[in-house]
Ligand binder design. Sequence first.
Ligand code: DDH
Length: 288
Amino acid sequence: GQTNTKKIFTPRFEDYQKVYDQIAKLLEEHDEYDDGSYGPVLLRLAWHASGTYDKLTNTGGSNGATMRFAPEGDHGANAGLKAARDFLEPVKEAFPWITYSDLWILAGVCAIQEMQGPKIPYRAGRSDRDLSFCTPDGRLPDASKGSSHIRAIFGRMGFDDRAMVALSGAHALGRCHTDRSGYSGPWTFSPTTMTNDYFKLLVEEKWQYKKWNGPKQFEDVKTKTLMMLPTDMEIIKDKSFKQYTELYAKDNDAFFKDFSEAVVTLFELGVPFEQPEDQRYTFKSSFD
Ligand code: DDH
């Protein structure tokens, strides 16, 4: 009999693909949210879970899902991300074996792929940790600042200029909300499809200060419907950043390749994986 053998469930690729498929299904069903997709806010959740990493102290990062707890969940940068966490609750209930930490990153991977971005290879093995692992406020970028701030924040995670620019291309997706960050509007005309339009618009359009009572931000002169944050403008102003912005504006394949590589690194910062690097999972998208 099985009396003395406790069966431990070891999830495999097929099991994580099922979680992916469930998230993809929910993304399609809940097209009432924002511009028609929870995809952008799911990606932002995965990024803010990961972007707290500090290479010097090896603290922060996606291992732990500590944003579930008050100190970190209440950090200004994380305003609005409860929408993404709540969206994933039914998935966690359906697949209780997956940790929140692995689930949030899998959701970020799913969001990118389902919004027609590049494949993002994935490793599992994050464990949830308690609130004593919450990171201090101020580890995520401040949109009102300049290039030295961007380099300080992303340098702390271990990224170089090229990767910083590639990662910024995520702003092809989603929008700013006045009740979250205080900023307003989308960066591109297709905020639920991954493209290199963010870079194209930075290069090709003229940008001016938006006249309003909100925080300093930019609008496109032509339609006044798109926005750029002060930090976004640094990506075209700063000489070293600018060369990559121009490259990605011209070459979507180069952008997708560099973005995928940088996001894989971002999502794995500080995680002690058992799954080897050369055995990452590549999920099938709903439209493959
Ligand atoms: Fe971002 N981001 N981000 N961002 N981000 C905002 C929205 C989204 C900065 C500030 C803001 C990345 C880098 C930076 C996404 C992904 C990524 C908003 C608006 C602000 C402000 C939030 C709101 O009001 O709801 C700054 C500053 C930086 C920086 O690099 C200096 C990176 C690296 C990523 C990534 O995913 C790799 C996404 C997606 C959104 C849209 C969210 C939504 O709800 O829509």
